[in-house]
Write a new protein. Sequence first.
Lengths: 452, 314
Amino acid sequence: MTVTPVQSVSRRLAALAALLAVAAFADRAAPAAAQSPGAAAQPPTAEDVYAAARPRLLQIRTIVEAAGRQFVIGSGFLVSADGLAITNYHVVSQYALEPKTYRLEYAMADGTTGKLALLAIDVADDLAVVRLDRHDTPFFAFSKRAVDGAMPKGEHLYSMGNPLDLGFTIVDGTYNGPVERTYNQRIHFSGALNPGMSGGPTVTPDGAVVGINVAHQIGGELVSFLVPAKFAVALLAKHAEDGEAPPPNFTAEIGRQFQEWQDGLYRSFDGLGFRPIALGRYEAPESAAPWFQCWGRTNVDLVPKPRAIVDGTMCSSDTQLFIANDLVTGLIHLTHTYVKSDTLNQFQFAAFLSQQVQVGFPGGWSRKWQTRQRCSEGFVKASSEGARPTLRTVWCARAYRAFPGLYDVTLSAVTQDSGSDALVSQLAMQGVLYDNAVAIGKRFIEDVQWIK
Amino acid sequence: MDQVIWVEVLSRHRTVQSRHRCTGPEIRIGRAYTNDVIVDDPFVAPEHARLSCDAEGRVVVTDLGTANGLHAAHSRQRSDRLALGDDGVFRIGHTYLRVRDTAHAVAPERQFAHRAGSWVAIAVLAVAVLAFEAASLWLGDYSEPRVSTYMVPLLGGSIMVGLWSGMWSIVSRIFFGTARFEQNLLIALGGALGFEMVGALSSLGAFGLSWSTLVGYNFVGLFGVVAAICFIHLRQINPARSALAASVVSGIFLGAVAIQMLMQSDARPVASQLYVRNLLPPSLRLAPVANEASFFSGVEKLRGQLDEDRAKEP
């Protein structure tokens, strides 16, 4: 029932493609595939698109240095004549985090292979710029219409890459506009993206890049996602501005971008504000941000009939951030549960309520990435005036080892004004600056109140 | 030494194995059948010692020239001649002997009523333990009411208490001759009540004060109850060695607490130590309600601890 977008890379396979020069835009008048015969007269066919794209496509491999074998594979595409290429950050993340253990390698459709240098990354948009040890390569152009956001839904697109290490492949599909209700902008592409195609280009029939293959929906059919081309254009422009030298330490750079991304996220989260929802005799805050998916839950249909009624809402943000193969973070969970019983005594009701309060972090615990959690708890009343109930509040947090300043935080609050009904509210925030978590936490606690 | 005296051969646990009524100017002790008191101990000489009275009327033991000699009750030093103290105990070979005269005072007669009283106490205590346990099961039960929810723990607990007291009775019977099942049962029931109280008080305190350490470390209280009842069992079996029992039991208790703490600090902290899991009715809150600022100052303190954790190796 729950729709969870999942990185298309199943563990080891990522997709790759080749991009175009920094400032070059293709438009309808000057398509990249214009050289193919008959391009001016008839719309290009898939054969034409692939024939033009073939020398511009890359497979990108992360090799375990000590073993000399591939560990992650994806795709990429050339974007300049002097060997610059674009791929997904998640295709090269392993190398970026552990440059001593891994190295990067590319393979082209004609079988040539060579070394790749990682130059720049954009963690939030899942992009990376790499350089091949080659010059005078043909390359892809970006679609100006796509960068300007002027593409119509339903336009025919072709996606390329090397799925499952089977060889370069062209897949056709349909442009379905930006994904709604997501924080990280993605294009909804109705076509079959498979693991290994991450980082590959999705192009218009005239060969201009619209987006970069990034993910597909597990549990969906042909529901795939692209990173909009404008982010690749921006990353290339920024790289051109910063100069050729890569950041000295990619882990620090990832931490910096992670912080920047979450700061933007929480500014937006806080800025969009909360709207009150009524649950029993309480009013609880629910985020007004459009990138939350909310579901309701109830236990009234259970057999045997439960002795306390549980009704609630669960909201999850669509704000995942891929950091490493074993670290996907950035989620915000917000749940409110109203529990009421007419048959249980106060002790039994409290025991039932204990089962409803589960303080835990989404995604479990990895000793590699996070410290152990610590908790602080107490009875809190947000302010003496107004209709605020006393709350039993538990705040648990753990720190990210590699990224100073970032934490996972959960906050749970149980109203303490009655022995036979209660509101259980929980807020979980992954990968958040402590100050942002405290600010949201205060607001969250203040907004729980009685309905008069 | 014209008056009658009693020479008692003691077991290793200082209980009386045999008593010999003796009169006459001197009493001879040894393994041979020529003696007044025969001691079956291979480390005792056929003619080992002689009891007599000195000028002040005290009983004096004299060594008759043996290889292993004669010792005061708790001494390693051998003596040729020993004036007996108030307890009248001395040792030859591996055997302790005690001399008492007819004037020695004995405890008054114990009445049968006392035994009946102990069964009344057992019944009262057993009802209290079962009621306490049943009540705490009932107060924590929010599912469909089922007899098994109550019967299984109550029966299991009763069997545990029975086995525990039975075990102590067997120990008592083997080493000290009497089983004293009622007393052991009484002690075990007291322990069971103590166990339940520790559990209830720790969860009450933890919720009321928002102090999860009370739950995480309630094993100290539980171990303490076990140690206390072990000590009481030992003391009622042999009151003479109370001090030894107390030191052994507290040593084991401290060792067990130390090992458990070490295991907890090595293991990943369990959720029960991180925060209070079991909620109770809001009216049982003991701590004052904090305002938002004071709660979040605790939250800020947590950040400092987490940053210290981060600096440490994983």
